[in-house]
Structures are given as structure tokens and as C-alpha cells.
Design a protein around this ligand. Structure first.
Ligand SMILES: Nc1ncnc2c1ncn2[C@@H]1O[C@H](COP(=O)(O)OP(=O)(O)O)[C@@H](O)[C@H]1O
Ligand SMILES: [Mg+2]
Length: 319
């Protein structure tokens, strides 16, 4: 069966007065199967959100994309891609406190979405909204609908946001750092809810996160992003057990449970380059503990080593 989402050689340029000022996404290839939960992981600035926005068909001003993003056969880079938003794909952002408009009730904002996509009577709209607020396990769905955003906790708002994203039964749900703004126990409940809803409805999930722990808990496969490219891809269990790329290894070492308690907190030295124009060779070379001269010259391609497990390090030994 063909993939639900197929991203091929996606590049995103920022252009100012005819000049390319940055290329934060530099050729991403990614497929998401029907009903699959895929994690897109990487440090801040790696191009995760831009990739998610391209899949949504909603790039920020000044950005242009090339390559192809096909969602269920539809071209998400085409000018009319916005028409499918909500129906085929929707997104939940990091901060539920700012994602809702503070001056309208939750119910009014959900109703707006339903009206854009469905020709329901007012009574049907009400029932539909209540049904989704119930599905996301809000303790008092009617009260939540009548509430203004500031009257709900962060966790409740994120539940309402998930309800809003699912109102029109999307085939793909993008979650962009959905629990980063929440405390640990609430975050766990939200992820359990996502898993639960995914099992019920069978939609695919593209989960953007900087946290490999979350990937471990809920993702079937994981794509590790660095400097606008996928540098490692595979089944979650396999990638976490035998990471091939030194960047993935570094992310894993930075997880609290994997640290030697006697060592200072492991972090990958240096930072993600803020501008990727004119990069030659491997973008991770300057931070890599295993760098060799060739790394600065050879542009590493994402190559498979074992079934489905691919990485973009020239030092990886392949059969
Ligand atoms: N609106 C924008 N204008 C200019 N540059 C941007 C914009 N949004 C993102 N970028 C650039 O793209 C890079 C990647 O952004 P983003 O996809 O938001 O990263 P992530 O979600 O992985 O933290 C940023 O570091 C920044 O350099
Ligand atoms: Mg982001």
C-alpha cells in the first residue's frame, strides 16, 4: 500500500528581495504510512516546525518550498493546499495558551472550524462539538465549550486543541511539541490520549519533539533531523537501541536515564548552525566527536544499512 504522506527532497528557502537568505530545510525525504505514528526529533532550529508547516500547506511569509509533499495524492505545496487543511491534515501547536483566541469561547472556536468544513444545522454542530470534547476526556465537556481559554488549565486547553484538530476527521494529525509547555504528569496524560485516539480512529501521526523519551513511548518510527535534513531514520526500537549517527547518539546520551550519574550532564557541544547557506560536507562536523577530514568535504547521503534503518554518516559501515 502506498504511503499516506510522501515528502521528497523538500527544500525550504527564505527569500528577501530576490535573494535566498537561508535554507533551513535542505532536502528532506520522509514517508508516513496509514495509521503510523512517526516521530520527528531534533534540537531547536533543526527545521522540524517548518517541515510540519510544509506538510500542512502553510509556510510562513518569505518562505518558498521546492520538492514534493504528497498527502493522500494531493500536492501540499500547491497554492490551493490550504483547502484541505482540517479535512486531510491538521496540527496541534506547542502552546495551547496562545493557540486559542482569548476573546471567544472554546465552543465558538470549534464551531468556526466545523462551519468551514461541514454543512450542519446548529443542533448538529453542538452535538458534534460536544462529542469531540467528550472524546478528548474533558471532565465536563459542556462547561469546557462555554469556557474562555483563560478559564481552562494548560492540559485541558491542549485536550480542547486536540478536539479541534480532530473535528473534521483528518487522515494525518501533526503534533508540534504538544507537551513541551505542560508539566510531566499532564504531558504523559496528553500523550496517552493521543495514543488512545489514534487506536480508535486510525489516523496517522507526525509527532514533532526534541524529546527522545516521548519518541520511545509512542512512535513506531523516528526520523532524526539535523540542520534541515533527516540524518537517521528507522523503527524506534532499532534506532534507540543501535543509533548509527553520532548526533542521534548525542541526543540519547543527553537523556537523563542514560547518563552516568557521576558525569556532568551530557550535552552535545556547540549549537545548531543558525544559517545553513553555503554549508559543505556534513553540517554536524563541527560538533561531532568522531569527525574526520572527509566529513568536511563529502555531503553525506541518507543510506540504508539494515532493513529500513538509514543514516547519513560517512563513517557508518554498510554491508
Ligand atoms: N519565519 C521565519 N523567517 C526566517 N527564518 C525562519 C523562520 N522560521 C524559521 N526560520 C529559520 O529556520 C530554522 C528552523 O526553524 P524551525 O523549523 O522552526 O525549527 P525547529 O522547529 O526545529 O526548532 C530556524 O532556526 C530559523 O533560522
Ligand atoms: Mg519548532
Amino acid at each position: 500500500m502506498s504511503a499516506l504522506l510522501s515528502v521528497k527532497d523538500l527544500r525550504i528557502d527564505f527569500v528577501d528581495r530576490g535573494r535566498v537568505t537561508n535554507t533551513p530545510v535542505r532536502g528532506i525525504d520522509l514517508e508516513v504510512g496509514h495509521g503510523e505514528i512517526i516521530g520527528v526529533v531534533g534540537e531547536s532550529g533543526c527545521g522540524k516546525t517548518l517541515t510540519g508547516l510544509a506538510v500542512l500547506g502553510l509556510l510562513p511569509g518569505g518562505a518558498t518550498a521546492t520538492g514534493s509533499v504528497l498527502l493522500d495524492g494531493g500536492d501540499q505545496l500547491a497554492p490551493n493546499a490550504a483547502n484541505r487543511r482540517g479535512e486531510d491534515v491538521s496540527i496541534v501547536f506547542q502552546n495551547p495558551g496562545t493557540a486559542f483566541n482569548p476573546v471567544f469561547t472554546i465552543g465558538a472556536q470549534l464551531r468556526n472550524v466545523v462551519r468551514r468544513h461541514r454543512d450542519f444545522t446548529k443542533r448538529e454542530e453542538d452535538a458534534h462539538i460536544l462529542n469531540y470534547l467528550t472524546l478528548v476526556q474533558l471532565p465536563d465537556p459542556a462547561r469546557a465549550a462555554a469556557s474562555y481559554p483563560h478559564e481552562l488549565s494548560g492540559g485541558m486547553l491542549q485536550r480542547a486543541m486536540i478536539a479541534m484538530a480532530l473535528l473534521c476527521e483528518p487522515k494525518l494529525l501533526i503534533l508540534d511539541e504538544p507537551t513541551t509547555a505542560l508539566d510531566v504528569t499532564v504531558a504523559k496524560q496528553i500523550l496517552e490520549l493521543v495514543l488512545d485516539l489514534q487506536r480508535q480512529f486510525g489516523f496517522s501521526v507526525l509527532l514533532i519533539t526534541h524529546n527522545l523519551g516521548i519518541v520511545h513511548d509512542i512512535c513506531d518510527r523516528v526520523a532524526v533531523l539535523y540542520a534541515g535534513r533527516v540524518i537517521e531514520l528507522g523503527e524506534t526500537a532499532e534506532v534507540l537501541k543501535s543509533p548509527k549517527h553520532p548526533y542521534t547518539q548525542g541526543l540519547l546520551d543527553a537523556l537523563p536515564g542514560n547518563r552516568d550519574p557521576n558525569m556532568p550532564l551530557a550535552a552535545i557541544r556547540g549549537t545548531v548552525p543558525s544559517n545553513l547557506l553555503g554549508i559543505t560536507g556534513c553540517a554536524f562536523a563541527d560538533r561531532c566527536p568522531l569527525v574526520i577530514d572527509e566529513c568536511r568535504r563529502i555531503d553525506p547521503a541518507l543510506l540504508e544499512s539494515t532493513n529500513g534503518h538509514a543514516d547519513a554518516c560517512i563513517r557508518t559501515v554498510r554491508a
